[in-house]
Structures are given as structure tokens and as C-alpha cells.
Ligand binder design. Structure first.
Ligand code: SF4
Length: 316
């Protein structure tokens, strides 16, 4: 008789509206212009998505210089520094920007602060393509990256002693809601007049996926997040599950990467997927569990999502 396993399945999970749109942009660009269509950086951080698009004729490269000038190029959902579309334009290339509209919103905020003479703090993770893209919306030196509460204490603004109102912050869209709240509280304690975003920069999809995991964490002896090592929002979900009380919390690319010894003594599994992970990977993991255990799946719904972003006009 197989062992019983209850699977708590998070809802919402997996693809968000920005990821859906970015994938559709590559598909529609292939329909419109034929293969190959070049894509600068992984369109979204998921190898399964990338491999499927490669089979359709997309070619993934890291830099614009790697794209021939006579083929269309798509910029990834994470956003790009202003210099990238400018270079594509200078080379008279066809390009489509798949930057998520919620990342573009942060770009617009950063530009506005810069135009209005504020020194800008970006809360985010060094080296992440979204951070590189956001910092590239303003000239070098206009934005400072802060990653932790400790960084807040160490930060020395250039103009604030003269004009403390001339400071603003923006954030990466895929951060931990709780960690960011601590960093923002430290910033506001040190600089009470700092300009904050009108509406939270952490996006609805990141927030909703973290909320679901918070509710499920304590009931889960093992928590699995389907997602890529490069996916910021997926890695945050692993941390949130641990903090919420899961005994173990792990990031896995798919069922093929599960070490089944993790399940020893586990009666309840928490399961979710990062915003760039396709649903068939979730169903694949459930099927792999069904092959080994007598499973019961309980979906834990903490929010309804109905956000849809339009395609750029050139492809609509
Ligand atoms: S995680 Fe949020 S910001 Fe990133 S693509 Fe999805 S909706 Fe856009």
C-alpha cells in the first residue's frame, strides 16, 4: 500500500501576465517575421520556456552585438538599459521590447525622479538583469543600489545633507515583500522626507505568490518551488516558505530534479511555481508524486488574478 501524501498546491502560482506577454511576443515575432528571431537574454528565466522557443526558431544571445542587424530582436521581460534600444535604433534594426509593463512603470518613476533632480536609491539584487535595466534608465551615478538594511546605514547620499527632500527610492519588482518592508522602514527612519513610489513597485504576481506560500508554509514539512536558479521571484518563494514554518524548502527545475529522499517522513508537501515556470512542470511533479504515493491534492487559493497585458502595437 503506497504511503499517503497530501499536496498543498498554491494558487496563484506560475506564469504571471508579464511572462505570458513576453512569451507571446516571441511567438508573434516568429509568426510575423519568420525564423530566426533573436532574443537578448533569456526571455524569462526558465530553461523549458527558452528551449521550446528555440525549437520554434528563436535564438538567445546575451548582447545586441551578437544579433545580425537584418534580423528582428526581442528584449527580455526584465527590461534593458536605455542604451540598448538606442543602439538597435542606430543600427536600424527591428526590435520589440518585451519588458514587463510593471518593470517599465519603475523605469518611468526613476526617470521622473532624475528629471526632478532627486538622487535615487534602487532596492534590489546586484547583477540581476532587471537591476541592470533599471539603473540604465538614468546616467551613471544617478542611482545607488541598496540590497540590505545594513546597506542603508552605510549609505552616504551626495546631496541629502543640503536637501533631504531630494532623495527617492524605487525597487526591483520581484523582491521579498517582508525584507523590502524592513529596508524601506530603515530608509524612512534615516531619511523621513524620502520620496516613495505612489504604488508599491513589488508586482502583484510576486506579492500574491508569496502570500499563498505564507499561508501554506506552516502545514508543509517539505516545500517545493518549481523555478530556475536565475529566477529572483522563485528564490524568494523558497525563503518565504522556510520563514513561514516549512521544515525544508527547495527550488527544483522540474520533477526530474527531485531527490526523493527529501520525502522521507513527509506527510504534507507544499507546492508552488515561480512566475516564469510553466504549469506543465507543476503537473509533471504531481504526476511523479502520484507514481510513488497515494496523493490528495488540496488547492490553497489566496487571491484571484485576472491581469492581462496587451501586446506591443507592432505585433497586435
Ligand atoms: S513577476 Fe511581476 S514584474 Fe516580473 S514579469 Fe511577472 S508581473 Fe511583470
Amino acid at each position: 500500500m503506497p504511503r499517503q501524501l497530501t499536496i498543498l498546491l498554491a494558487a496563484p502560482r506560475g506564469f504571471c501576465a508579464g511572462v505570458d506577454r513576453a512569451i507571446q511576443i516571441v511567438e508573434e515575432a516568429l509568426n510575423k517575421w519568420g525564423a530566426p528571431v533573436y532574443v537578448r537574454h533569456e526571455i524569462v528565466h526558465n530553461q523549458h520556456v527558452v528551449s521550446r522557443l528555440e525549437r520554434l526558431g528563436a535564438v538567445f544571445v546575451e548582447e545586441l552585438d551578437d544579433c545580425p542587424v537584418d534580423r528582428p530582436v526581442v528584449f527580455s521581460a526584465h527590461g534593458v538599459p536605455k542604451a540598448v534600444p538606442a543602439a538597435a535604433q542606430a543600427r536600424e534594426m527591428i526590435y520589440v521590447d518585451a519588458t514587463c509593463p510593471l518593470v517599465s512603470k519603475v523605469h518611468v518613476e526613476a526617470e521622473r525622479h532624475h528629471r526632478e533632480g532627486r538622487e535615487i536609491i534602487l532596492i534590489g539584487h546586484a547583477g540581476h538583469p532587471e537591476v541592470i535595466g533599471t539603473m540604465g534608465q538614468t546616467p551613471d551615478g544617478a542611482m545607488h543600489l541598496i540590497e540590505t538594511v545594513e546597506d542603508v546605514a552605510a549609505f552616504t547620499p551626495r546631496n541629502t545633507p543640503r536637501n533631504p527632500e531630494n532623495l527617492a527610492f524605487v525597487t526591483q519588482t520581484t523582491l521579498s515583500v517582508d525584507d523590502t518592508a524592513d529596508i524601506v522602514a530603515a530608509l524612512q527612519a534615516r531619511f523621513p522626507a524620502i520620496n516613495a513610489p505612489h504604488k508599491e513597485d513589488i508586482c502583484y504576481a510576486t506579492t500574491n505568490r508569496q502570500e499563498a506560500v505564507k499561508v501554506m508554509g506552516q502545514r508543509s514539512q517539505l516545500f517545493l518551488v518549481i523555478g530556475a536558479e536565475t529566477s529572483s521571484n522563485s528564490k524568494r518563494l523558497v525563503e518565504v516558505a522556510l520563514r513561514a514554518g516549512a521544515d525544508q524548502s527547495r527550488l527544483v527545475a522540474s520533477a526530474d530534479h527531485v531527490d526523493w529522499s527529501w520525502f522521507d517522513g513527509v506527510e504534507t508537501l507544499g507546492l508552488t511555481a515561480g512566475a516564469s515556470a510553466p504549469e506543465d512542470l507543476v503537473q509533471g511533479l504531481i504526476a511523479a508524486c502520484r507514481a510513488r504515493f497515494e496523493i490528495t491534492v488540496e488547492e490553497i487559493t489566496t487571491a484571484e488574478e485576472n491581469v492581462v497585458f496587451k501586446l506591443p502595437r507592432v505585433l497586435a
